[in-house]
Design a protein around this ligand. Structure first.
Ligand code: DC
Length: 234
């Protein structure tokens, strides 16, 4: 490890396993920057939709990435550290716009394209390495591809139903009414696509700490991960 490298914590796992909440709280407790890499793929899917570019149009996506896909993460204010970070696309706040079921599907499609993964790899690495004290990166291939030498790697999982129920209550809180069965079916389709794709499929790194969050309160998961991360970082 080079003397100037900041520590990296990788959190991978399927949708709804609790990654975002755990990553946010872990970053806060460790004093690290959080990077939600799924938000990057989501923002690209939104930018493509707005530019009338199909999610599987490699040429169109290449153009979009090369000519000004300018994305920024804004940390929550110090007096509300638990709030989600804001995501800006060309200076405009898209934090909520990237969380719709349609954009979830788009993110799953664009994230399977080689041109997208190649171009976004460096962005993710520089967001991690550029952090002041350390970074918690959340995604699907952080511990396997983006930072295979991360100091700490977690792989969070949970049963299908438990994950769908979490997603369903998140959507309901936001006023998006979708039957639980539909959330579950959508999630299973995305899990399949994310795990079976040829490029950087979702899988646990060999040296990842496996945490099954089924039936666990997320607060307990956070405590467990903070202890494990501190142990590894010291
Ligand atoms: O974590 P999320 O639901 O916001 O991710 C959106 C999509 O992006 C999801 O289909 C998986 C994909 N993704 C990925 O392929 N690699 C990552 N590191 C993060 C997300």
């Amino acid at each position: 490890m080079s003397p100037h490298r900041v520590p990296i914590v990788a959190i991978d796992g399927p949708a709804g396993a609790g990654k975002s909440t755990v990553a946010r709280q872990l970053a806060r407790r460790l004093g690290f920057t959080m990077v939600d890499t799924g938000a990057i793929y989501r923002t690209l899917a939104l930018a493509a939709r707005r530019a009338n570019i199909d999610w599987d149009d490699d040429e169109g996506l290449r153009r979009l990435l090369d000519d000004g896909f300018s994305l920024q993460f804004v940390a929550p204010p110090p007096d509300a550290p638990s709030e989600a970070q804001r995501v800006l696309l060309r200076g405009h706040d898209v934090t909520e716009a990237i969380r719709t079921p349609e954009i979830s599907r788009g993110a799953s499609v664009v994230s399977a394209r080689a041109v997208v993964r190649e171009r976004l790899l460096e962005l993710q690495r520089s967001l991690g390495r550029g952090a002041a004290t350390g970074a918690v990166l959340e995604g699907r291939d952080i511990g396997t591809v983006v930072f295979p030498d991360a100091e700490v790697k977690f792989f969070l999982t949970a049963g299908d139903e438990a994950r769908a129920r979490r997603r369903h209550s998140e959507l309901t809180e936001k006023g998006i009414e979708i039957p639980l069965a539909e959330v579950l079916a959508d999630q299973q389709r995305r899990d399949r696509a994310d795990s079976e794709r040829a490029l950087s499929p979702l899988k646990a790194a060999e040296d990842a700490l496996l945490v099954d969050t089924t039936g666990m309160e997320l607060d307990a998961v956070i405590e467990r991960c903070v202890q494990l991360a501190r142990g590894r970082l010291n």
